[in-house]
Design a binder for this molecule. Sequence first.
Ligand code: N2P
Length: 415
Amino acid sequence: MRAIVTPGLALTGFEGETPDGQQEVQFIRSLESPDNREFMVLQYIRKPVMKKKLVKKVLCSLLLLLPSAGVLAEDKVLNVYNWSDYIAKSTIPGFEKQAGVKVKYDVYDSDDTLQAKMMTGRAGYDIVVPTSNFMAKQIEAGIYQKLDKSKIPNLANLDKGLMAKIQDADPGNAHGVPWAYGTDGLGYNFTKVKAILGKDTPLDSWDILFDPKYVSKLKGCGVSVLDQANDVFAVALHHLGKDPNSKNPADYQAAFELLKKIRPYITQFNSSGYINDLANGDICLALGWSGDVNIAKHRAAEAKRTYQLGYVIPKSGAPIWFDVMVIPKDAPHVDAALKWINYIENPEVNAAITDEVFYPTANAAARKFVKPEISNDPSIYPPESVMKTLFLLKPLPSDIMRLQNRLWTQLKTGR
Ligand code: N2P
């Protein structure tokens, strides 16, 4: 049984009996404070049937015994829901040791999955990590709480310029702290692709994916595309010379036509398994995320594969995005969540994550702890000349998101 009580709250709930009449069930759904902060109180009380009055009496005294917010017992558990392949091996054990909090860690590989879970409510997570453009809609829907920044002193380590980039999605950075950022680009098995397309074909172009003349030849060695409509439409729109964050439905129809032309050559839609597929030589081209492709490259080298893998940001430009840690309004362990955010923004903890998953972070103080071969790798930390070509994925109106998803299903199922 979990209990958190703040004085002055209204109580909602119901009570009844199990169908066999043997047990009394009391379910108190939530307590709501006047400022709309919600706290889970008790989930279920199941006990042998007692006289109603007695149940009420027991409950009342139970509530009186519960600690108030000020003297709340410290959280011993933290439920984190994060992207797959996004954390160092040392991150969780380090936090558990330092904070004395046990971490339950679940992963997803698409913003759509996260969004569906969060919008349904009561997911039980204390920390989730949406991409900033999705986060904006979720903040609007009121599902995240404002951060108590006094509990996150390590916020001082963050790069103000990068924080400013996500203020469109989260004004004043009131709700979120960036976990990492990255780009969308092309992951290659250079050895196989050059053998098929010829060593002089320029690989720093989206043409390799969007021009059937190239991609048709790569079908045989495997072509993977991220299973996230929003990213793929942004890239397709950009390739057509249209606004990658377009709000015009006709633009999406045009992007859909482009994608339909290459659909026969796409051998899989995938947002996590493609890392191993690339590392194992099961695909030779991937529209993927920067760190993921670099993880594949690293795994292939560790396994002493003879082929060369690599990540390329096409020279015409590519999406850049930020994934952001936020605390759901109904998070059961807010205090532990704030401790987690502060821990992640410790420069050495933060650098260890970049060293393992090859995603840069907005933590300026961490950069000097990142291994030099990683912090000097332009496919991981895009230099200023490349940064200028990147476009930020922005929040889109809900009808455009729905249109993207409808066209996406049609594309994948080929109907
Ligand atoms: C991590 C994927 C990064 C998420 N595996 C893209 N926003």
